[in-house]
Design a protein around this ligand. Structure first.
Ligand SMILES: [Zn+2]
Length: 192
């Protein structure tokens, strides 16, 4: 497995539409594993291949690392990897109702905003083993995460659901962050 670099928005590659995976072969399984490692390293619950600059319809999700619910319905957090799923060529078969959740994104560090998406979803996809699978989720981190990551495959980010004003403010902060990171990178390169 290998860690890969996560692109930070704004980046033209994040706006590209991803192409379907023709066959789940060894290279796709390698990508799946790299994506999981990269996602965990960044402390994320979801990652889509376009965030690594790859126009492929592959998503890694593990929302079970987070505790969910309250009282008798509460589910404790699981260990990283126990709730890991990969969604290859996901298709939204049903989306209904509305659910609002405060979202973040590994490509937009430290920014969190409320986004309203479908509440109930049914999504069909291929797993890492190439077998057809299905997820059904209602008003949960999973239902939010699946839709957030599927947006990435269309070149869409959660900021595209916000007002133009909010998006511009976040864009300004991200450009500053990227400039700062670039300086640090250059600094590291010369500090011998
Ligand atoms: Zn994201």
């Amino acid at each position: 497995m290998a860690l890969r670099e996560i692109l930070v928005w704004p980046d033209p590659k994040l706006k590209l539409k991803a192409k379907p995976i023709a066959e789940v072969d060894a290279s796709v399984r390698k990508l799946c594993d790299d994506m999981a490692e990269t996602m965990y390293e960044a402390n994320g619950v979801g990652l889509a291949a376009p965030q690594l600059g790859l126009q492929q319809r592959v998503i890694a999700i593990d929302v079970e690392q987070r505790a969910s619910g309250e009282g008798p319905d509460a589910t404790p957090a699981k260990k990283k990897g126990e709730g890991l799923v990969w969604l290859i060529n996901p298709v939204l078969k049903l989306g209904e109702g509305e659910f609002t959740y405060t979202e973040g994104c590994l490509s937009i560090p430290d920014e969190y905003e409320e986004v309203t998406r479908f509440g109930h979803i049914v999504v069909e996809f291929l797993g890492r083993d190439g077998k057809q699978r299905r997820i059904e989720a209602t008003n949960t981190l999973l239902s939010v995460c699946v839709q957030h990551e599927m947006d990435h495959l269309e070149g869409k980010l959660f900021v595209d659901h916000l007002s133009a004003l909010k998006r511009e403010l976040i864009k300004r902060r991200m450009k500053k962050l990227k400039a700062q990171r670039e300086l640090e990178r250059k600094g590291e390169a010369t500090a011998l």
